[in-house]
Design a protein around this ligand. Structure first.
Ligand code: CA
Length: 412
């Protein structure tokens, strides 16, 4: 093994060439100067002491293997062409095998941590299965190996990445965490994107939402299960979780009811949706406490996939990761953990092959006709979906509220 590695190392060296190695060393030297001359004054201004600044950076190294780096004096790496990315139906996001695995582990951990989860529900009003679902999705219930010393990631990205301002803010937040004594630098690990510990909090989120729930005086989202779970629940509560409400329901939407009624800005009492003939696929009625409260239509694949009536709690979950599919994944997993539920009943249809640039083209055409599509980014969020549905209805087509290849030609 050692022999193999040294051969590999030598061949890498010969590929890289001596000038490359020299300029890397130069960047390392620039990094040290940057820490002292550029970052330190800002950290001091923000209330970080000289001693804790020095200790925090004692072992920090630039990590040259991270994505999206822009080292000074190096040619810029080619940015991946997002527009050429393939665009397809959301169905592949919901791997049945993965969901079943997470649900089985989640159910066994629900009993192992039953008393902690009960206490969390009393304190934050967030049901245990929802907290478990996020824990499972983010870090495999704390079992996933968390790859990087977070200070290496944050310092590297603040110094030489394509988004230095964001990571500079997070680096200053991380210095505050270390100074608070919640965690030692060697234990403060996270992802290549700066998300830390079992709940995968950015440092700024840690400062706002992490809590000490096992009572040892430290907020430890790396080693303490009670701290990790309560921090997730506190995050959701602070983002608007409503005690006693569900996240949402899979529904069947009658043909005559337009799919173009999605979005948190088009909320109605759930009884109104029911009055249009929308029913739960489970065959059960909407719970009576939910009927008078507000709900929103959600059709992530338009008429090509399952439909939902969601509650404000769905949008609290979306604050964890701003994606309808992520929040649906968490909701579905939570239901499986709570009551052994299965996959969504509605099928994710195949909408045919498209590129993100095709969706971008449709968005530009809609905007040119005065429609609001939200961000023009080649991703069909709810504003794009419902504007597409409105455009279809206005042009004599049956609204599907989702891009498909037949629309690329019509909408340009
Ligand atoms: Ca603790």
């Amino acid at each position: 093994m050692l022999r193999f590695l040294s051969v590999l190392f030598l061949s890498l060296l010969s590929l890289a060439g001596p000038s490359f190695a020299a300029s890397k060393a130069d960047v390392e030297a620039q990094f040290r100067r940057w820490l002292q001359d550029d970052l330190w004054p800002e950290a001091r201004q923000a209330g970080v002491s000289a001693a804790s600044f020095k200790a925090a950076f004692a072992d920090v190294k630039l990590n040259w293997d991270l994505p999206d780096l822009a080292p000074p004096g190096f040619p810029r790496a080619k940015e991946r062409k997002q527009s050429q990315a393939e665009f397809s139906s959301p169905g592949s996001y919901f791997s049945e095998k993965r969901l079943q695995g997470l649900a089985a582990t989640g159910r066994s951990l629900a009993s192992a941590h039953a008393s902690t989860l009960k206490r969390i529900e009393r304190s934050y009003g967030v049901p245990g299965p929802v907290v478990l679902a996020i824990w499972g999705r983010e870090s495999g219930f704390g079992r996933a190996k968390i790859p990087h010393p977070i200070m290496d990631v944050l310092a590297t990205k603040a110094f030489m990445s394509t988004r230095p301002e964001l990571f500079r803010r997070e680096l200053i937040a991380a210095l505050h965490i270390l100074q608070s004594g919640d965690v030692k630098e060697a234990e403060m690990r996270g992802s290549w994107a700066g998300a830390m510990g079992q709940p995968q909090f950015l440092p700024s989120s840690f400062l706002k939402y992490a809590v000490d729930f096992d009572g040892d005086g430290r907020r430890d989202i790396w080693n303490s299960v009670p701290d990790s779970l309560a921090s997730i629940a506190n995050y959701l509560l602070q983002k608007g979780w409503q005690n006693g409400r569900d996240w949402g329901f899979e529904v069947s939407i009658p043909g005559g009811v337009s799919c173009a009624q999605e979005g948190p800005d088009l909320a109605r009492p759930i009884a109104d949706w029911a009055g249009m003939g929308i029913t739960r696929v489970s065959g059960k009625a909407f719970p009576s406490a939910e009927r008078s409260a507000s709900g929103m239509m959600l059709v992530p694949a338009g008429t090509h996939g399952p439909g939902f009536v969601v509650t404000p709690n769905f949008y609290a979950i979306k604050e964890y990761n701003n994606s309808d599919l992520y929040a649906l994944f968490i909701g579905n997993l939570a239901d499986r953990i709570a009551s052994g539920g299965g996959a969504f009943r509605g099928e994710w249809g195949d909408v045919g092959k498209m590129l993100r640039s095709d969706v971008l083209g449709m968005q530009k055409a809609l905007v040119a006709s005065g429609y609001d599509v939200g961000k023009v980014d080649g991703l069909p969020g709810y504003k794009t979906r419902r504007s597409l549905g409105d455009w279809q209805a206005k042009n004599g087509l049956t609204p599907t509220c989702f891009p498909d290849p037949s629309l690329t030609a019509k909408l340009r």
